[in-house]
Design a binder for this molecule. Structure first.
Ligand code: HAM
Length: 438
């Protein structure tokens, strides 16, 4: 057996470590989302990562997410549990459990797990941000959530995003439509790809999602949902579309948009990023899921929401070259040539005053410490040599100009004489000095 000490561990297939600056961008993206939906009255819900397997079964017994991709296993007490593959089912379960007042407008951020074949933009652990509204049946709610997502993409600077909308009708419409599609596809089964034939067995509507060339011709002639829509469903959808028109949000009605989860009724929508490969260009999606709460043992309650894929959105931002990593500027970097105690005390003091400071640990030459100071992106190096220590003073050297963050000349030299960018001040005035130059 291999010596455990010599074993080198790597991330599991389909999982990634996100390091800085990607991690900083991710946080900024999530914070931006939280601000945006917070302004629209959404409150955070934090459901657990693990749920009873039955909660997720409601996503759809015939969906890949449930049958093939779920990380489900037996808990220590023998019960069947699963890592969440998405958040909507857990949020609906929380709603049933806690009975909050209606309407319940919530948002969430967090990881989800699906055992998919990994590729760029498709991971086994991925982050979503999303919202759900439980209670109102009003099409304006559909409009509100769609427009929030649209605004979010706009705020990131994304320009190549397309909004696709569709309706799957009421429960009965959807069932009738699914049966109509099944009969049609059965009649042309031999022309379909092997994959589509297999999908047809389990979930006829999902065949409409096939991107394979051989399936396209058959799908093109499949029945359209519009023929199966009840009057109420058609009216609801009409009002969603007119709401989007009124708010100037461009969209395309795509009557082949069925989405991968089974709980949808009426409105469905998806955001496609044209800057990404077609196979992974869905950066978010959602819709109405009237019926899910009942399926989970609650009272009949309407619901609508979306989830956006954080990882894919960041890829789309890369592709469009927008949403650069945030620039973080330390206020001060301590360069202590007297053993480190001053650096210890002054970083503590500066941070205590609500500003940012860092230092290098261990002994280091002036040159090495100045290099570290420069690399840190700090605005000022605060230098303490033996002269300063004796005189109870510090030398502050400007490394970056406050206006544009560009390099100050003094950052390079290290040896040059006193300049505007460098001065010696009493140690007790350091906080005020830094504060007044923020
Ligand atoms: P979904 O379409 O399964 O919907 O996922 C939403 C988004 O999560 C996708 O558009 C995609 O950006 C991202 N995503 C999904 N799977 C992966 C993956 N393996 N790797 C990277 N990103 C991925 C839902 O999850 C529904 N709960 C949305 C919803 C909320 N419907 C109503 N409310």
């Amino acid at each position: 057996m291999a010596d455990p000490k010599s074993q080198k561990f790597q991330t599991l297939t389909g999982m990634r470590d996100m390091l800085w600056p990607d991690s900083a961008r991710r946080r900024l993206l999530v914070d931006g989302f939280v601000g945006l939906v917070g302004n629209a009255g959404y409150k955070e819900v934090v459901p657990p990562l693990l749920e009873n397997l039955g909660v997720f079964r409601r996503i759809g017994e015939a969906t890949d997410v449930v049958t093939k991709e779920m990380y489900d296993f037996e808990d220590k007490d023998g019960s069947r549990i699963a890592l969440r593959p998405e958040m909507t089912a857990g949020v609906a379960r929380a709603f049933v459990q806690h009975k909050p007042a209606l309407p319940w407008k919530v948002f969430y951020t967090g990881s989800n797990f699906r055992h998919e074949r990994p590729q760029k933009g498709r991971y086994r652990a991925f982050d979503q941000v999303g919202v759900e509204v439980l209670g109102p049946d009003d099409p304006d709610v559909d409009v509100e959530v769609i427009v929030l997502a649209w605004r979010f993409f706009e705020a990131l600077g994304l320009e190549q995003v397309r909004l696709l909308v569709n309706t799957l009708g009421e429960h009965a419409d959807r069932s009738a439509y699914s049966e109509g599609v099944r009969l049609y596809l059965e009649s042309r089964r031999s022309e379909l790809s092997g994959q589509a034939q297999e999908t047809l067995q389990r979930n006829p509507l999902r065949v409409l999602d096939s991107k394979r060339r051989e399936d396209k011709a058959v799908i093109g002639e499949a029945p359209r949902i519009s023929k199966y829509l009840s009057e109420a469903a058609a009216e609801h959808f009409g009002r969603v579309c007119s709401g989007l028109d009124a708010l100037d949000v461009p969209y395309t009605v795509d009557d082949r948009l069925v989405r991968g989860l089974d709980y949808y009724r009426r409105t469905t929508f998806e955001f496609a990023a044209d800057a990404l490969d077609a196979a992974q260009n869905a950066i978010g999606g959602g819709g109405r899921y009237d019926g899910l709460v009942e399926d989970l043992g609650g009272p009949a309650t309407d619901g609508v929401g979306f989830a956006l894929g954080v990882d894919r959105i960041l890829l789309a931002c890369d592709a469009e070259e927008v949403f650069a990593p945030p620039v973080t500027r330390l206020d001060a970097y301590l360069v202590d040539l007297t053993g480190g105690e001053s650096a210890r005390d002054l970083t503590h003091e500066i941070r205590g005053a609500g500003m940012s400071a860092d230092r290098r640990f261990g002994a280091g030459s002036m040159k090495a410490q100045m290099k570290a100071a420069d690399r840190s992106g700090a605005r000022f190096a605060v230098i303490i040599g033996s002269d300063e220590l004796v005189a109870d003073e510090v030398t502050v050297r400007m490394l970056r100009r406050p206006d544009d963050g560009s390099h100050s000349d003094a950052a390079n030299g290290g040896q040059g004489g006193p300049t505007d960018a460098q001065q010696r001040i009493p140690r007790r005035e350091l906080i005020e000095f830094l504060r007044s130059r923020k």
